[in-house]
Design a binder for this molecule. Structure first.
Ligand SMILES: [Fe+2]
Length: 292
């Protein structure tokens, strides 16, 4: 496989100050160093940053950074993209400095999402991550978390993420949308995290690219403490505590300052790639996750 993790993401947000406050007080993220261009950024671990908060009006996901091992892997992936008909742009010195990485190329996924493939992210081991709430995030080899995105062209999305970038499908969930309708959700992995991308095929482009961002903490208590912080941080619960059928994540969902949701969970299973076989599920959750 070529891509090894979701390393970072850029959000386009109308109020970066409010986002930073909320992410520190509710999520337990740490304010990181601003980018050379002055963009506020958040840390979840020893990476210099994981989430960039670019000022804008969209209040949505703007771009993602997918990590590869090194220059040879980046070159191989770049070749595969070009051969697959994807327009690829080399990063200039300014973009490398802005992201704090050693090498980067960028392109767009079939839905137009900015995708940056990079290696050599900046680590701040001399300034360890300290969460303001005591949260410890499950990152490392598993990347920063997962994203749930929509597509109006599932074949193209599969071609891009599975065939070109080397993700594999972990499983699918047939989610009922009414008595006679359903959506077949697909889940893609690139490391032991059960899925780094959840893809919802929809007939029309939804108002926001991002349905939710998931961050995972190490213990049930950290999930409970976050639930206890809902009132003090003025955070709206959107789905109750529940356990997902496929990755077994115990989580709840809240509304972010940008309106898309954030899943806060723990206890997900990990994929053992050599022996993993695809499954299907008829329910998205074993219990809970009641929409409010
Ligand atoms: Fe999720």
């Amino acid at each position: 496989m070529s891509v090894i993790a979701l390393g970072y993401l850029g959000l386009n947000v109308s109020n970066p100050d409010a986002w930073t406050s909320w992410a520190c007080e509710f999520l337990g993220a740490m304010q990181g160093p601003a980018s050379p261009g002055g963009v506020q950024r958040l840390r979840l671990d020893d990476y210099a940053w994981r989430i960039a908060l670019e000022p804008g009006e969209k209040d949505d996901l703007a771009w993602i950074g997918l990590e590869v091992a090194g220059p040879a892997e980046l070159a191989a992936l770049r070749r595969r993209l070009v051969e697959g008909g994807v327009a690829v742009e080399e990063a200039d010195a300014g973009l490398l400095a802005e992201r704090g990485v050693l090498g980067l190329v960028r392109c767009r996924d079939p839905q137009g999402l900015g995708v940056e493939l990079y290696y050599g992210p900046t680590q701040l081991s001399h300034s360890p991550f300290v969460s303001p709430t005591g949260a410890r995030f499950v990152t490392g080899q598993q990347g920063l978390g997962h994203l749930a995105l929509a597509t109006v062209d599932l074949a193209a999305t599969r071609g891009f993420y599975l065939d070109l970038l080397g993700f594999r499908q972990s499983d699918m969930i047939r989610m009922a949308m009414g008595p006679d309708s359903h959506i077949d959700l697909e889940f893609y992995f690139c490391n032991p995290r059960h899925h780094t991308l959840a893809i919802a095929p929809l007939p029309m482009t939804p108002p926001k690219r991002l349905h939710h961002l998931m961050v995972q903490v190490e213990t049930l208590d950290q999930v409970g403490f976050a639930l206890d912080r809902l009132a003090s941080t003025n955070t709206t619960l959107t789905q109750t505590l529940g356990r997902h059928s496929n990755d077994k994540m115990v989580s709840f969902y809240v509304s972010t300052p940008s309106g898309f949701e954030l899943e806060y969970g723990y206890d997900a299973i990990e994929v053992d790639a050599p022996i993993w076989s695809m499954a299907r599920h008829d329910k998205i959750s074993s219990w809970g996750h009641k929409r409010l």
